[in-house]
Design a protein around this ligand. Structure first.
Ligand code: MRU
Length: 348
């Protein structure tokens, strides 16, 4: 199994996703600031993986903090949490993981007898648990979602919502994995996903490792394929889902959803509850990260556009709920109206 980000020997370890598919490197981090940097520069990416990396990074920061007493440790902990909250703005899982670590820390502080060393290790245990629970959530999503995967047909995915985007197994690719493990046979068209090529570099790498048939396409080919009847369903992940079901995901997802509707192809989102933000009424309230111009003006450091050209580079877009057939979560499948179905699942 691919382990994307995990705790080992008092360090945070992660696959270097910037090096894939050319090199399979596992990096070791002993300084929480470097973990925050790895989230910022996409060494680790994908909403659930970002959340797990942040939780582990916070635990690492607390473990290595020079604080001599609980008051000092609390000040350090809060400062570290703030640093992680500034890494990437869109992935709900990041803020969910930080909130969970904070809640755990406050709970631990209620025990007046607890010493700083025990506090530090309890934070490590909680962060490890967040990672383990993420994998379990993905497996549950796989079981809920596999019935939607057509047998002997083509399906399409965008970006990477696989093991690499989570602690392991994946969300949208987890659903495809579960369907494959249950004996269904299908073919995956993977959008290359400009500008950072998560589809070409990461999704294709994952699918080829699992021997699930995959064909790489550029993003602008999806409509033609759908129009030819060669795509029977679309499966993507999400970075943040509002209470009404509007879903932010990698830039280009919205265009795909519109194309899917036009071609009568069902459009599924797979995401754990840690991605769902019931505090936001609609997708209009989701903060969208803007990324550096260089991601668009070049490819692998080779310039593809004239120097000085203006660039627009949002990392995500929002798909309005009307284009979404169903949202596959770790608590069950939400259907329209999503405001009601998501609320019902959240009360479970
Ligand atoms: O910029 P990235 O690579 O972090 O964007 C990732 C995506 O948009 C994924 O589709 C999303 O996080 C869901 S992954 C389970």
């Amino acid at each position: 199994m691919i382990r994307t980000v995990f705790w080992e020997n008092d360090s945070v370890r992660m696959i270097d996703q910037k090096a894939l598919p050319h090199a399979e490197k596992v990096l070791t981090f002993k300084d929480y600031r470097k973990v925050a940097g790895a989230i910022r520069d996409l060494t680790v990416r994908g909403a659930p993986a970002i959340g797990v990396a942040a939780a582990l990074g916070i635990a690492l920061g607390a473990l290595k903090s020079p604080a001599k007493n609980k008051t000092q440790l609390k000040a350090d902990f809060n400062r570290i949490c703030k640093e992680f909250s500034r890494t990437r703005p869109t992935a709900r899982n990041l803020f969910w993981a930080i909130e969970r670590m904070k809640k755990h820390f406050s709970g631990l502080l209620e025990d007046r007898e607890i010493d700083p060393a025990a506090l530090r290790w309890a934070l490590v245990e909680e962060a490890v648990r967040i990672g383990e629970e993420d994998i379990e959530a993905n497996r549950r999503m796989g079981q809920f979602g596999k019935k939607f995967v057509p047998d002997n047909a083509g399906v399409l995915t965008h970006c990477n919502a696989g093991a690499l985007a989570t602690a392991g197994y994946g969300t949208a690719l987890g659903v495809l994995r579960a369907a494959w493990e249950s004996g269904k046979r299908f073919h995956v068209f993977a959008d290359e996903t400009r500008p950072v090529l998560q589809g070409a570099r990461l999704t294709c790498w994952e699918l080829m490792r699992e021997k699930i048939p995959a064909t790489l396409i550029t993003d602008n080919m999806a409509g033609f394929l759908m129009n030819q009847g060669r795509v029977k369903a679309v499966f993507v992940g999400a970075d943040r889902i509002a209470a009404n079901g509007d879903a932010a995901n990698k830039i280009g997802t919205y265009s795909l959803a519109v194309l899917a509707k036009e071609n009568k192809v069902p459009f599924y989102i797979a995401a754990p509850f840690s991605t769902i933000d019931l505090s936001l009424r609609s997708g209009k309230d989701i903060p969208i990260e803007m990324r550096p111009d260089e991601e668009v003006t070049g490819l692998n450091k080779a310039r593809t556009a004239p120097a000085g050209v203006g660039v627009f580079n949002p990392a995500f877009d929002v798909t309005p709920n009307r284009y979404i057939t169903a949202i596959i979560t770790d608590r069950g499948v939400a259907k329209k109206p999503f405001s009601r179905s998501l609320k019902k699942l959240s009360d479970k």
